[in-house]
Design a protein around this ligand. Structure first.
Ligand code: FMN
Length: 294
């Protein structure tokens, strides 16, 4: 059996989920190809050879980012109806994030694909505000346990779909203003602090759209293809990025998952409090129900 998983990831969260899915597929002797969505990538021409097709992406403003939608548009129409699954990560566990699948599903439907399974994982924000390391560790630990269980549901063809949100299409449509806005923001308003920058070139290398150029004099130029995925700014070792209009929401620098600072204060203790409680509680129950007694 064969599977193909297309994944987009700016700061690594969704890529981690994709790798966990791949591992679980391979534990079931399903040969799995992982394709990173970037400007150079193309979908395979023929999906009939795959028993499972999946798409993973981070939620951006209750949508999939424009490059994910553009990529999906390149998928050829399947001769017969074919199942596919989606997983997305987001900083908050609100079910409202599920509306981010709507546009993607419309495109996939026109290509004869039928959504059977969808999953959302709360993962540390790479934008908006910084979670504490402790919270980030908790999210990573839940993902590590939950993703294999949910990948197994896909493998076993147990459907898992979220309920429809009335008005979700309109909300997602309105928020897709983000797509052109991020292109303009990335081109005109991104700045690099030359005092901090060590010209390591990591931002240039990490940009999935090849949108950043380091000039001979050490200055930087930005093209008009920014997705605002934060692959550049989040991973900058010197926090040298100013991300323009969204700089107030900047979350630069990796979370310390291996050696968390447990003294950090939660700066947003009330934010989506109930949703996080429900998410972790439901995750714990599902993990328990699926963990065999030793
Ligand atoms: C421009 C932008 C918009 C975002 N919007 C949302 C959102 O609407 N809902 C959400 O839960 N998280 C949102 N996030 C947070 C990311 O989805 C989250 O951190 C995700 O796990 C990042 O995944 P990645 O590391 O694979 O890029 C946003 C992040 C960015 C950069």
């Amino acid at each position: 059996m064969k599977a193909i998983i297309y994944v987009f990831s700016g700061s690594g969260n969704t890529l981690k989920a994709a790798n966990l899915y791949k591992e679980q597929f391979e534990k079931n002797q399903i040969e799995t190809t992982l394709v990173r969505i970037n400007i150079d990538a193309k979908p395979v021409e023929d999906h009939t050879q795959y028993d499972y097709v999946g798409i993973g992406y981070p939620v951006h403003g209750f949508n999939a980012s424009y490059n994910v939608l553009d990529f999906v548009k390149l998928i050829a129409k399947n001769p017969e109806k074919k199942d596919y699954f989606v997983f997305h990560t987001g900083g908050e566990p609100l079910h409202l994030n599920d509306v981010s699948d709507y546009k993607l599903n419309e495109i996939m439907k026109r290509r004869n694909f039928v959504l059977t399974n969808e999953y959302h994982y709360a993962m540390p924000y790479n934008m908006i505000f910084r979670h504490t390391d402790a919270r980030a560790v908790q999210m990573h630990e839940v993902l590590e346990k939950l993703a294999p269980i949910e990948a197994q549901e896909v493998i076993d063809r147990k459907p898992h779909k979220y309920k429809y949100h009335f008005g979700g299409h309109t909300m997602a449509f309105l928020l897709r203003i983000e797509h052109p806005a991020m292109k303009v923001n990335g081109k005109l308003f991104f700045k690099i602090d030359q005092e901090k920058c060590i010209h390591c070139g990591l931002c240039v290398k990490n940009c999935p759209e090849h949108n950043i150029t380091m000039n001979e004099d050490g200055s930087f130029s930005f093209g008009n293809k920014c997705i605002m995925c934060t692959a550049c700014s989040f991973n900058c070792p010197k926090d040298a990025f100013n991300i323009g209009m969204l700089n107030g929401w900047r979350v630069n620098g990796k979370y310390n998952i291996k050696n968390p600072d447990l003294t950090q204060e939660d700066t947003h203790p009330k934010y989506c409090k109930k949703a996080y409680e429900v998410y972790f509680q439901e995750a714990e129950e599902k993990i328990k129900a699926n963990t065999k007694e030793e």
